[in-house]
Design a protein around this ligand. Structure first.
Ligand SMILES: Nc1ncnc2c1ncn2[C@@H]1O[C@H](COP(=O)(O)OP(=O)(O)OP(=O)(O)O)[C@@H](O)[C@H]1O
Ligand SMILES: [Mg+2]
Length: 370
């Protein structure tokens, strides 16, 4: 158990800046998830913590120790990779015991740790099987077991679930969360899957092009994304973005205006957006999540100034909900309608935008309007 601190950490590979000036403060026992698109620097960040890559600039601390010059084996970390090659000729027991044997642990201590890890992971009955006699999920558990027996201060996991099929991934996701509760250890977990990040992380670090965009609890990032990138990356289907002009009328009410709609910004939102007056008669990027758009027929008491008529290109019934693709002239917007909606492909529908849940971004800086 230990905290992990990255202080102004930069990594360059020749001209490539893989990680730029990263500051992350991970308290002891936190499950933190690094998430972002391919190539954004997640693995490099993790590998620097592990000691598999040197930092170009900055400092990394594990516990209170500056580890920049400490070799991986002395950092008291254990890493689980995407390609967790198990030794094919060894059974599960020996796959888990191997690292400890190399480190010359006493036999009874090895036995205690392997059995304890097997119990935690629910694979006690598999200890004498070879990897080829295991399912993908079971192999995955053995790979995690190999890390657990080390009893490290920090677990580092780089996309450990990405080789599993979708159903197993969901199951293992929940198991890793439970495991974290049981082990009470710091975990740094890398994924490009925002759903994994949202469901597993105590906190999420969103990265893009080597730069940390935002650090926060999952719902904090969902509700208060700092910029367009984070807003579009977290949430599925992704937030819709529409270029609008902000208007203020003679009664002092604010509106978002687009060729397809004019919608009133609720007073509570106006109070929240202190910089809104600066955007009057100027362009802004309006954001609305699919889950905050509804068929107006489902919302009988919805305010008139939050609705408009849109053309529906395609409707995808999902059972529990309906995805409706709305055509707004220059742009398509996805809505998640209640399954009671009767709208069909090619029809017109009156839609209701839950304007209390709207977002506004500056078109130049792409930052959220303060
Ligand atoms: N050894 C290396 N030499 C040169 N460039 C590298 C090296 N390792 C990584 N990079 C570059 O650094 C950047 C970050 O790579 P990194 O592997 O950290 O991305 P990632 O976020 O883990 O992506 P993915 O989701 O695809 O695994 C990329 O542009 C990559 O090409
Ligand atoms: Mg990677």
């Amino acid at each position: 158990m230990a905290k992990v601190v990255l202080e102004n950490v930069t990594k360059r590979f020749g001209d490539v800046v893989a990680v730029k000036d990263a500051n992350i403060d991970i308290p002891d026992r936190e499950f933190v998830v690094l998430v972002g698109p391919s190539g954004c620097g997640k693995s490099t960040t993790l590998r620097m913590v592990a000691g598999l890559e040197e930092v170009t600039e900055g400092n990394i601390y594990i516990g209170d120790t500056l580890v920049n010059d400490i070799p991986p084996k002395d950092r008291d970390i254990a890493m689980v990779f995407q390609n967790y090659a198990l030794y094919p000729h060894m059974d599960v027991y020996n796959n888990m015991a191997f690292g400890l044997k190399l480190r010359k642990f006493p036999k009874d201590e090895i036995d205690r740790r392997v059995k304890e890890a097997a119990r935690i992971l629910g694979i006690e009955n598999l200890l004498h099987r070879k990897p080829k006699e295991l399912s993908g999920g079971q192999r995955q558990r053995v790979a995690v077991g190999r890390a657990i027996v080390r009893e490290p201060k920090v677990f580092l996991m780089d996309e450990p679930l990405s080789n599993l099929d979708a159903k197993l991934r969901v199951q293992m996701r929940a198991e890793l969360s439970k495991l974290h509760n049981r082990l009470q250890t710091t975990i740094i977990y890398v994924t490009h899957d925002q759903v994994e990040a949202m469901t597993m992380g105590d906190r999420i670090v969103v990265m893009k092009d080597g730069v940390i965009q935002q650090i926060g609890a999952p719902l904090e990032i969902y509700h208060k994304p700092k910029n367009i990138f984070v807003a579009g990356f977290i949430g599925s289907p992704a937030m819709n973005f529409v270029e609008v002009v902000i208007r203020k009328d003679e009664q002092g009410r604010y509106w978002v205006e687009h060729e397809a709609f004019k919608l009133r910004i609720p007073d509570e939102k106006v109070r929240e957006l202190q910089d809104l007056p600066k955007y009057v008669d100027k362009k802004a990027v309006f954001g609305i999540r699919p889950e905050n758009i509804e068929d107006a027929a489902i919302v009988p008491d919805g305010r008139e100034d939050a609705t408009f008529v849109a053309n529906v290109d395609v409707v995808e019934p999902m059972g529990a909900e309906i995805f409706a693709y709305l055509n707004l002239g220059d742009q398509s917007v996805v809505a998640r309608f209640d399954p009671a909606s009767t709208v069909q492909d090619g029809q017109q529908v009156r839609v209701y935008f839950q304007m209390e849940k709207m977002y506004l971004f500056d078109p130049e800086t792409e930052e959220a309007v303060a």
